[in-house]
Write a protein that binds this ligand. Structure first.
Ligand SMILES: NC(=O)c1ccc[n+]([C@@H]2O[C@H](COP(=O)([O-])OP(=O)(O)OC[C@H]3O[C@@H](n4cnc5c(N)ncnc54)[C@H](OP(=O)(O)O)[C@@H]3O)[C@@H](O)[C@H]2O)c1
Length: 327
C-alpha cells in the first residue's frame, strides 16, 4: 500500500511517499481502507518535534512511529476473528490515538479503540477531522467549562478546527456564544450559530470588561492575563495551546483568585473518556446540530503541501488527505 513515511523531525519535507506492507488485522483488530485522514495543527507541531517534551512520547531523536496521522474515516476491509461490532463494508471513523498510521491507504485499529460507525449525514472527509476539533472542544467545554444553558462563552479562533466545532457544541448546550475571527471568516462562524461575532482585526475582545463566563482560546492567541478583565467573577480562561505562561498562570490561579486558567491534553485522556466524548458528539451529529467544515483536501502525494498549508495557521475548519485519490 501507499503510505507517508517520516524518519525525522522537521519541516514538511521530512515526509516521503513510499510503498509498505498492508497491515493484517490481529484477532481484535479492524482493518480500515482509509478514504480520508485528518491533517491537523497538532500533527504539524508533532512533526517539528517541538516543544521537545513531546519527544518523550513520540521518540527522542526521531519519530518512533514512521507512519504519521491519527484521524481517519473509511470502510472496513477485513476484521480479526474476535471482532464483534464491525464487519466488512461498514463505514467507520475515529482516531488511532497511540500508534498513528493514518497517512496511509490502510490502518488496523483495535475494536475497543476510538472507532465508531459513521453517521449517515457525514462524508468521509468531514468525519476524519471530528476527533481533533470536535472531541477536543467537547472535552474543553464539558470537562473544563462545565457548559450549560445561558453561560456566556467567548471562542477565540472561531474559524479553526477546534473553533468551528466549539461554536456548534456550545450552541447545542444553550450557551450564548461570541466567536472571534478575522473579517474573511465572519460569515463562516455566523453560519455555525454564533450569537455574536467579533472581528479581531477591528475590535479587541479583552476590553469587554466582566463579559464572559468562559473564554476558550482555541488558538492560544491571548493570555489569561490579557483576558482576565473580560471574565466574569468566577470566570475561566481555557486554552488547548500550552506554553510556559499558561503553566505559570494555571499554578497561580489554582492557589489564589476566583478566575482560573486551565489546559487539558485531550489525546492523553483515558481511552474510555475519549470514547465517551465521541459518543456524545455522534448524538449531536445525528440530531443535526454539527457539521465539520473541510477547507482543503489533498492526495497522499501532496502531503508536503497539506502540511505547509496547515503550518500557516489560517485553515478554516479541517484539512484532509485522501489516500485513494488519483494524482
Ligand atoms: N490540547 C489539546 O487537547 C489539543 C488538541 C488538538 C489541537 N490542539 C491545538 O489547538 C490549536 C488549535 O488547533 P486548530 O486546528 O483549531 O487550529 P487551526 O485550525 O490551525 O486554526 C486556524 C484558525 O485560527 C484563526 N486564527 C489565527 N490567528 C488568530 C487570532 N490571533 N485570533 C483569532 N483567530 C485566529 C485563523 O483564522 P484567520 O486566518 O482568519 O485569522 C484560522 O481559521 C493548535 O495549536 C493545536 O495544536 C490542542
Amino acid at each position: 500500500m501507499k503510505a507517508v513515511i517520516t524518519t525525522a523531525y522537521g519541516s514538511p519535507e521530512v515526509f516521503k511517499l513510499d510503498q509498505v506492507a498492508k497491515p493484517s488485522p490481529k484477532a481484535n483488530e479492524v482493518l480500515v481502507r482509509i478514504h480520508a485522514s485528518s491533517v491537523t495543527k497538532a500533527d504539524s507541531m508533532m512533526r517539528t518535534g517541538k516543544p521537545y517534551i513531546g519527544r518523550l512520547f513520540l521518540g527522542l531523536t526521531k519519530p518512533k512511529n514512521p507512519i504519521w496521522g491519527s484521524g481517519f474515516a473509511g470502510v472496513v476491509e477485513a476484521v480479526g476473528s474476535e471482532v464483534k461490532n464491525f464487519k466488512k463494508g461498514d463505514n467507520v471513523f475515529g482516531e488511532n490515538i497511540n500508534s498513528f498510521g493514518t497517512y496511509a491507504q490502510y490502518v488496523a485499529i483495535p475494536e475497543d479503540g476510538v472507532i465508531s460507525h459513521l453517521p449517515k449525514s457525514l462524508s468521509f472527509e468531514e468525519a476524519a477531522g471530528i476527533c481533533d476539533g470536535g472531541v477536543t472542544s467537547l472535552n474543553f467545554l464539558q470537562n473544563i467549562g462545565h457548559i450549560h444553558s445561558g453561560q456566556k462563552i467567548l471562542i477565540n479562533g472561531g474559524s479553526g478546527s477546534l473553533g468551528t466545532a466549539a461554536i456548534q457544541i456550545a450552541k447545542y448546550y444553550g450557551a450564548h456564544v461570541t466567536a472571534v475571527c478575522s473579517t474573511a471568516n465572519i460569515e463562516l462562524v455566523r453560519s455555525l450559530g454564533a450569537d455574536e461575532v467579533i472581528d479581531y482585526t477591528k475590535t479587541d475582545f479583552t476590553q469587554n470588561k466582566n463579559s464572559y463566563d468562559l473564554i476558550y482560546d482555541t488558538v492560544g492567541a491571548r493570555s489569561f492575563e490579557e483576558c482576565k478583565q473580560a471574565l466574569t467573577d468566577n470566570g475561566c480562561y481555557a486554552s488547548p495551546v500550552l506554553g510556559m505562561p499558561l503553566i505559570g498562570q494555571m499554578i497561580v490561579t489554582s492557589l489564589i483568585g476566583n478566575k482560573k486558567a486551565k489546559f487539558s491534553a485531550t489525546g492523553s485522556l483515558p481511552k474510555e473518556e475519549i470514547k465517551r466524548l465521541l459518543h456524545i458528539l455522534i448524538d449531536i451529529i445525528k440530531a443535526g446540530h454539527f457539521v465539520a467544515p473541510v477547507d482543503r483536501s489533498y492526495n497522499l502525494e501532496q502531503v508536503v503541501e497539506a502540511h505547509s498549508y496547515v503550518d500557516k495557521g489560517r485553515k478554516k475548519g479541517n484539512v484532509v488527505l485522501k489516500p485513494f485519490a488519483l494524482t
